[in-house]
Ligand binder design. Sequence first.
Ligand code: ADP
Length: 260
Amino acid sequence: RYQSRILVTGEDEVSQLAASINHMSKEIQFYQKQRNEFLADIGHELRTPLTYLKGYSEIVLQTQLSKEEQKEYIGIIHEQSKRLQRLVQDLFELARMEQGDFSFRKERLSLEEVITNVLTFVESSMDEKGIALEYQSPKTKPIVEGDPQRLEQLFINILENARRYTPRNGIIEVRYGGDVDHITVQIRDSGPGIPKDELPFIMERLYRVEKSRSLETGGTGLGLAICKKIVEMHKGEIWVESIEGKGTTFFVRLPLINWV
Ligand code: ADP
């Protein structure tokens, strides 16, 4: 077994080497711990849908059920398989991004076009929940450089969260802010907000605010981690402000090419 810590006594080259080995070994331990925690979390996330799948399929197989009951239980099985599928897709996606193994188109594009596509995409699910979607289209259009599909995915994730956590008949507002060389998109909702002490963690993989975890909202806990990666690819920033009981605002700041 290698020694995980070498005693450093002097300041010569060998001691410097020893110190840097000590440092690396500490880092390796840190990453090993993180990886183990992540694996444990994934195990936990997989267990819930699998428990449903096993339980309900057993009932359907072993019990005499009416047509309606059968339909209900198979509906649950279907929902949970979709959840499992989302989870696996998101895990792959994130793993690929973290390895830098992804295709990333770099083109000049109108951010406003991206946003209007996204708004059209989420419109009907907002309607279903009676949520008012407010959007202020800018007079001049911001042009940025990036991958249109990834940017759509980014804003869909944020808006889907806003819809998921905002109660019926709430409001979601999308607006622009900006300066000479950056554009900031703000997405504000009238949802429950995020507790201050949990805010720093919500973009970590699989992190969920305790309350929403118990609400069974159907998310994977990976959406914001993916958002963060997409924003980093575009050399931008993402952050969030929130007041409990009032709502949450996500900010996405991207380098701007120009306004047209
Ligand atoms: P999930 O799939 O669970 O939504 P995300 O990574 O997208 O995972 O988000 C992480 C957590 O951040 C969510 O579980 C939720 O607790 C919290 N969150 C994200 N967006 C909002 C929002 N608009 N309002 C309140 N809580 C939010």
